[in-house]
Design a binder for this molecule. Structure first.
Ligand code: HEC
Length: 129
């Protein structure tokens, strides 16, 4: 038996090990810059441009996406990392019947932190915290 044939049964394992760094990076939550002060006013502008089409200008949802002024999105159920992940990778339909959320390109983790701060401010105003 040649060497390569000996290795063949191990190929799936070898490939999995080689893919580990990529998988680890994929699983890592994007992080905003250290010391960033999330700014709800900036977040509102970014939200209206990138999210409002589906989640509603008033954060009350649309026929394409769910409302954020809803208990499901309170911080203890969907923490800030959920926002970073949804924007970077999209989200499978699991709470609602709107279908999948596609990834939203062109936003940095800092942008997403501003957007999240805006959503949290609006949620707090109606007692979702
Ligand atoms: C094309 C429509 C669309 C756009 C644009 C969109 N979303 Fe979504 N989003 C959805 C849908 C649909 C869901 C619900 C998935 C489900 O059933 O749970 C969702 C769910 C989410 C969730 C919950 C993810 C989870 O873990 O359950 C977050 C957070 C979120 N969106 C953030 C955002 C932010 C922030 C933006 C703007 C940067 C944005 N979305 C833009 C359609 C959209």
């Amino acid at each position: 038996m040649t060497r390569i044939q000996t290795l063949r049964p191990l190929m799936p394992l070898i490939l999995a090990v080689l893919a580990l760094p990529a998988i680890a990076q994929y699983l890592q939550v994007p992080k905003p810059s250290p010391g960033l002060m999330p700014n709800p006013a900036k977040g509102q502008r970014l939200y209206e441009k990138n999210c409002a089409d589906c989640h509603g200008n008033d954060l009350k949802g649309s026929n394409k996406g769910p409302p954020f002024l809803h208990k499901v999105y309170e911080p203890s159920h969907h923490g800030d990392p959920a926002f970073q992940l949804a924007v970077r990778s999209g989200s499978r339909a699991h709470h609602w019947q709107f279908g999948e959320m596609p990834a939203v390109p062109g936003l940095t983790p800092d942008d997403v932190a501003h957007i999240t701060a805006y959503i949290r401010m609006r949620q707090r105003r109606i007692g979702i915290q």
